[in-house]
Design a protein around this ligand. Structure first.
Ligand SMILES: *[C@@H]1O[C@H](CO)[C@@H](O)[C@H](O)[C@H]1NC(C)=O
Ligand SMILES: *[C@@H]1O[C@H](CO)[C@@H](O)[C@H](O)[C@H]1NC(C)=O
Length: 294
């Protein structure tokens, strides 16, 4: 230990190695960069476990209130473009970074990986992210519950209208298995990201250059419908009961995103956590996630 400590201090070049790869966090719906009970405590925990690490918890907007509001109402494609710009300008990230997204932050960081290869993302860790979207919004952590009722109503009646797609984040990853074609044609975020309309080779190439794509699914998740979306599975088209796993789905069999090739090469990691949405212990985090942050 002592000699490693000395090495870290004597050699500037090695200091980066010694203090770990930088980490970028993206919070979930209704949350913010810096809530001491959520991202704040995750940031602190990582900083304690990997001394010297640079952790950037993304704030979307000018302050915490805007950050929370934007998680419902700022077009995701705009959010991703803003984040790409921020990461490209951050001097501490230029050698590359790991990324960890919570809930919808998981699929948003995948968009960053697919669209913005520079600086390079090494490992992408999705904690309860919904890679095939959601069909249902059973809980909604907003301070004002009437907002949730309103959002739910829009999702169920008008998710694929231009207005909802432009302005409602959850509509942009709303995946209605009873109307797959409408989803495919109109989803401005998720259908594009999952190459439903056409294959953008650079999305595929960029995703495949990740070292690991780690997907955490919560086994008792009551928030995400269906929870299989956290492992890139979803309802079989035409109904909302039977599930197709990632490996059975066309995005994999046709390899539109490179996921099949990544799977064969051991780049996909499927982790299960025995709790409700985003509920995990420090012990679980330390043994399952920490190895991907080094
Ligand atoms: C493919 O994705 C890249 C990266 O986001 C983008 O610059 C390019 O315009 C896309 N190509 C097409 C044909 O949409
Ligand atoms: C989806 O787009 C295709 C091609 O533009 C069109 O033929 C089809 O009618 C559209 N379907 C729906 C449900 O919007």
């Amino acid at each position: 230990m002592a000699s490693l400590w000395v090495l870290c201090f004597v050699s500037f070049g090695l200091q980066v190695l010694c203090s770990g790869t930088p980490l970028v966090l993206w919070h979930g719906m209704g949350d913010s960069c810096c809530n001491p009970l959520s991202m704040g405590s995750i940031k602190k925990m990582v900083e304690e476990k990997i001394p010297g690490i640079y952790v950037l918890s993304l704030e979307i907007g000018k302050n915490i209130a805007e950050d929370m509001e934007n998680s419902f109402f700022l077009n995701v494609n705009k959010q991703v473009a803003q984040v790409c710009e921020q990461l490209a300008k951050d001097p501490k990230l230029q050698q590359g970074y790991n990324a960890m997204g919570f809930s919808q932050g998981g699929q948003f960081l995948r968009a960053v990986a697919q669209k913005c290869p520079s600086p390079p993302m090494f490992n992408l860790i999705s904690i309860g992210g919904q890679h095939q979207g959601v069909y249902g919004l059973p809980h909604c952590p907003s301070v004002i519950s009437t907002i949730c009722d309103w959002i739910r109503k829009i999702l169920n009646t008008a998710a694929y209208t231009k207005e909802a797609q432009e302005h409602l984040v959850q509509a942009e990853y709303w995946h209605d298995p009873l109307n797959e074609e409408e989803y495919r044609n109109n989803s401005i975020f998720l259908a594009d990201l999952n190459q439903e309309r056409y294959v953008n080779e650079s999305y595929k190439k960029n995703l495949m250059s990740l070292k690991k794509f780690v997907m955490v699914k919560f086994l008792k998740d009551t928030m995400v419908m269906p929870p299989e979306s956290e492992w890139f599975g979803f309802y079989k088209p035409g109904q909302a009961k039977d599930i197709v796993t990632l490996q059975e789905s066309s995005v994999y069999t046709e390899d539109r995103l490179g996921l099949k090739e990544m799977d064969k090469a051991g780049q996909l990691v499927f982790l299960a956590c025995d709790g409700d949405h985003l509920q995990f212990t420090e012990e679980w985090f330390t043994s399952n996630i920490l190895p991907y942050l080094q």
